[in-house]
Write a protein that binds this ligand. Structure first.
Ligand SMILES: [Zn+2]
Length: 385
C-alpha cells in the first residue's frame, strides 16, 4: 500500500528538528477541480493584486480559468505570458525572469501564481523570491518532482546555475488539467521517478562508503512513491485517471522528501548527473533541449547497466563494502527491465530514441560526476578510484 500525501507530510514532519508541518505547502490539494479552490484561498490570504505566470499553452490549460475565477472574486490579476526564446522554447533564463519581474512591479502584485510545468515554476519561484512575494503552485503537467523545490535552476548567459528561491506556500494540482497534459510530459514525469532506483542506490552507497547523511524513513517514502509508479507504468502510458493521480502524488511526495531534508540526495544520483551533463552539452551546441525526465529515465537504465556490469566484473573485491553494495545493487532492476518500464509509460527507452549520441554518452559516463562535486555516488567512486 502506498502512502497518501497527508501521511507523507505527517511522517516527514515527525523527523524534522524544527518547523515541522509549517515547512510544507499548505494546503496541498491533488484532486479534480483543485483549480477552483484557488480564488477562495487567495481571498482568504487577502491578496487584492495578483500575478499569474503562464506560457501560451498553459494559459489555455489553466491560466484563463484561474484569471476568470479570481476576477469574479474582485482580485486584480495581471497574467504574464512568458515568451519563448529564439528556438521556440520557454526557458528559465534572465529574459523570462525580468519579463515577469517587470509585470510584478507594474501590477504591484502581492503574490505570484505559477500556472505551468517545471520551467514556469522555476521562473515564478525565482521572480517571487527576488520581489519578496509568496508563490503559489498550479502545476499543469506531471513532468518533474521539482514543484516544491526551494532552488531554481536558471540559465544565465547560456550557462546553467542553481540559485536559492522559495518553495510554494500552497499547491493546487488539478487532476482534470494534469490528465490533458501532452503524453510526453507524463512519460517524462515517470522517467524522473524511475531515476529514483539509481538515486536511492547512490544515496545509500554514499552513506555506507563515505558517511553521507542518510535517513531511512525518507528513503522509504521516496521508494514507495517510485514503486507506486512502477505498478502503474501502463496506466500512466495510456493516460488513465488512476495512473496520472499516482504519478502526480509520487512526484510531489519525492519533492516533499527533498524539502524535508534540505538536499536532493534521495531523488538525484548519477542518473541526474548524466542528465545535467547532456543538458550542458546541448546548451553549448545550441541544440534544442530534451525533457528533463526523458533524459533521467534513459540515464537511469544506462547507470543501472553500468553498475551491474562493474559489480559482475568484481568491483570492490576485497573491500569491506562489497557485500553491502551488492545487497543494495540487487534492489536496482537490470536495464532491460527499466527500459521495458519506460516503454510502457510511453517515453524513450534508449539513447538512440532519446537522441543522445554514443560519443556524448561515453564522455558523460567518465566526466558527469564532476557536475555535482558535493555528492558521493558509485559513478564518482569508480571514476576517481
Ligand atoms: Zn529530476
Amino acid at each position: 500500500m502506498s502512502l497518501s500525501l497527508n501521511e507523507v507530510v505527517a511522517r516527514l514532519s515527525e523527523g524534522m528538528e524544527q518547523g515541522g508541518k509549517g515547512a510544507f505547502p499548505d494546503p496541498l490539494v491533488v484532486a479534480d477541480g483543485a483549480i477552483r479552490q484557488v480564488p477562495e484561498y487567495i481571498a482568504k490570504r487577502g491578496f487584492g493584486n495578483l500575478s499569474i505566470a503562464a506560457d501560451a499553452n498553459t494559459y489555455e490549460a489553466a491560466g484563463r480559468e484561474l484569471e476568470a475565477g479570481l476576477r469574479e472574486r474582485g482580485v486584480k490579476v495581471l497574467t504574464t505570458i512568458v515568451l519563448p526564446n529564439s528556438q521556440g522554447d520557454v526557458v528559465a533564463d534572465e529574459a523570462s525572469v525580468v519579463q515577469l519581474l517587470m509585470d510584478l512591479q507594474r501590477n504591484n502584485s502581492q503574490a505570484v501564481v505559477a500556472a505551468g510545468a517545471g520551467t514556469l515554476h522555476d521562473i515564478a519561484r525565482y521572480a517571487a523570491y527576488t520581489a519578496g512575494l509568496p508563490f503559489i503552485s498550479v502545476p499543469t503537467a506531471p513532468s518533474v518532482d521539482g514543484f516544491t523545490s526551494k532552488g531554481a535552476p536558471l540559465l544565465l548567459r547560456g550557462d546553467k546555475i542553481t540559485v536559492p528561491a522559495i518553495g510554494p506556500e500552497a499547491i493546487f494540482a488539478d487532476l482534470a488539467i494534469l490528465r490533458l497534459a501532452p503524453a510526453a510530459l507524463a512519460a517524462a514525469g515517470f522517467g524522473d521517478m524511475l531515476g529514483k532506483y539509481t538515486s536511492l542506490f547512490d544515496w545509500k552507497f554514499g552513506s555506507v562508503t563515505a558517511g553521507e547523511p542518510y535517513r531511512a524513513d525518507v528513503a522509504e517514502i521516496t521508494e514507495q512513491a517510485l514503486l507506486a509508479c512502477v505498478r502503474h507504468a501502463e496506466d500512466i502510458g495510456r493516460g488513465a485517471e488512476e495512473g496520472l493521480r499516482v504519478l502526480t502524488e509520487a512526484l510531489i511526495a519525492s519533492g516533499l522528501a527533498m524539502l524535508a531534508l534540505g538536499h536532493s540526495h534521495p531523488a538525484s544520483g548519477a542518473e541526474h548527473h548524466l542528465s545535467h551533463y547532456w543538458e550542458m552539452a546541448y546548451l553549448r551546441s545550441g541544440h534544442r533541449q530534451l525533457l528533463h525526465g526523458a533524459k533521467v529515465g534513459v540515464a537511469c537504465a544506462e547507470i543501472a547497466a553500468h553498475y551491474h556490469g562493474l559489480w559482475s566484473a568484481g568491483m570492490f573485491a576485497g573491500s569491506p563494502w562489497r557485500e553491502a553494495v551488492g545487497r543494495e545493487l540487487a534492489r536496482v532492476p537490470g536495464d532491460s527491465v527499466l527500459r521495458g518500464l519506460l516503454r510502457k509509460a510511453g517515453g524513450p527507452s534508449t539513447l538512440e530514441e532519446l537522441g543522445v549520441e554514443e560519443e556524448l554518452f561515453k564522455r558523460s559516463l567518465s566526466e558527469a560526476h564532476q557536475v555535482r562535486l558535493n555528492r558521493w555516488t558509485m559513478l564518482r567512486a569508480v571514476n576517481e578510484g
